[in-house]
Design a protein around this ligand. Structure first.
Ligand code: CAA
Length: 267
C-alpha cells in the first residue's frame, strides 16, 4: 500500500511511522488519520514487528495538531465524527501489543501532544515543543488531551497547560514527566533506535504482558491491578520464552526469544 500522508520503514524488527505532511507541519487531517489507522492495523498483524517508533518528517515538527483548515469547516456533528476518529486511532496506538516510542523531533501541539501521550514513552529533541493550544482557537483538546495529560502529570499542571494553551520546552516536559529523555535533535533517532533495539531483543510475549499489566492496572485500584499482574505473570509461563529466558540465565548464555504473539494465551 502506498501511503500519501505517512511513511513506514521496517528494519531489524523496528517499524518507524513518519508523519509526512511537512509543508503543513505534519498536521492531522482525516486522510492522515485514515492511513495511520490502516497502518496500525497492519503492523498489529505483522509478527516481524517488535517495536514501533513514531516521528515527524522535516526538522520542524512532530505533529502541529489537527488540521486547522479542516476544523474551520466543522459543525458539531462533523467535530464529533472527527474527535471519535482521532480517539479510535489513538486508542489503537495505545492498545498496540508491541511497545511504541514517540520520537518528538519538533512541535508536538494539540493532536501531536495527544498522539505522543498515547505512546508508551517519549524521547524528545532539545528543540521539541509540547502544548495543547486548542483554547487559543476557541476549542478544547479533542484527541484525549483532557484525559491522558492529567492522568500523567496531575490535574493542576495539566489544567494550567490546557487553560493557558502555553507551549513548553522539551526540558520542561521532562521535568513534568511527559518525556523520558531529552537529547540533541541530531541524535534523536539514533537514541530512540538504541532503546528500540534493546527492547526488540526481549520476548514479545512478556513485553505484551508487561504493557497490558501497566495499561490496564492504571485504570483500576491497586488490589485489582495486583490481581491482574498475578494472572499476567502466570500466563507468560505458557510461552516457550519463559523456559528459554530462565534456562539461558542458568546456562550463562544469551536467550533467544522465539515466542509468537499469535500462539500466546489470550491472543
Ligand atoms: N493545521 C493546518 N496547518 C498548519 C497547522 C495546523 N495545525 N500548523 C501549521 N500549519 C501550516 C501553516 O498554516 C503554514 O502553512 P502555509 O505555509 O501554507 O502558510 C505551515 O504549516 C507552516 O506554519 P507556520 O508558518 O505557522 O510556522 P511557524 O514556524 O511560524 O509556527 C507553529 C509554527 C507555532 C507550530 C504554528 O504553525 C502553529 O501555531 N500551528 C498551529 C498549532 C495548533 O494550534 N495546534 C492545535 C490544533 S487543534 C487540535 O489539535 C485539536 C485536537 O485536539 C485534535
Amino acid at each position: 500500500m502506498n501511503y500519501e500522508n505517512i511513511r513506514i520503514e521496517q528494519d531489524e524488527g523496528i517499524a518507524t511511522i513518519t508523519f509526512n505532511r511537512p509543508k503543513a507541519l505534519n498536521a492531522l487531517n482525516r486522510a492522515l488519520l485514515g492511513e495511520l489507522s490502516l497502518a496500525l492495523g497492519r503492523l498489529a498483524e505483522d509478527e516481524e514487528v517488535r517495536v514501533v517508533v513514531l516521528t515527524g518528517a522535516g526538522e520542524k515538527a512532530f505533529v502541529a495538531g489537527a488540521d486547522i483548515g479542516e476544523l474551520a469547516t466543522f459543525g458539531p456533528l462533523a467535530a464529533k465524527v472527527f474527535s471519535r476518529m482521532g480517539h479510535e486511532v489513538i486508542g489503537k496506538l495505545q492498545e498496540l501489543s508491541v511497545p511504541v516510542i514517540a520520537a518528538v523531533n519538533g512541535y508536538a501541539l494539540g493532536g501531536g501532544t495527544e498522539i505522543a501521550l498515547a505512546c508508551d514513552f517519549i524521547y524528545a529533541a532539545d528543540s521539541a515543543r509540547f502544548g495543547l493550544p486548542e483554547i487559543t482557537l476557541g476549542l478544547i483538546p479533542g484527541f484525549g488531551g483532557t484525559q491522558r495529560l492529567p492522568r500523567l502529570i496531575g490535574p493542576a499542571a495539566a489544567k494550567e497547560l490546557i487553560f493557558s494553551g502555553r507551549m513548553i520546552s522539551a526540558e520542561e516536559a521532562l521535568r513534568l514527566g511527559i518525556v523520558n529523555r531529552v537529547v540533541p535533535a541530531s541524535s534523536l533517532l539514533e537514541e530512540v533506535r538504541k532503546t528500540a533495539l534493546e527492547i526488540a531483543s526481549k520476548g514479545r510475549v512478556a513485553l505484551r504482558a508487561a504493557k497490558e499489566a501497566v495499561n490496564h492496572g492504571l485504570g483500576v485500584d491497586l488490589a485489582t491491578g495486583c490481581r491482574l499482574e498475578v494472572d499476567a505473570f502466570a500466563l507468560v509461563f505458557a510461552s516457550p520464552d519463559a523456559r528459554e529466558g530462565t534456562a539461558a540465565f542458568l546456562e550463562k548464555r544469551k536467550p533467544v526469544f522465539r515466542g509468537r504473539l499469535k500462539e500466546a494465551p489470550g491472543s
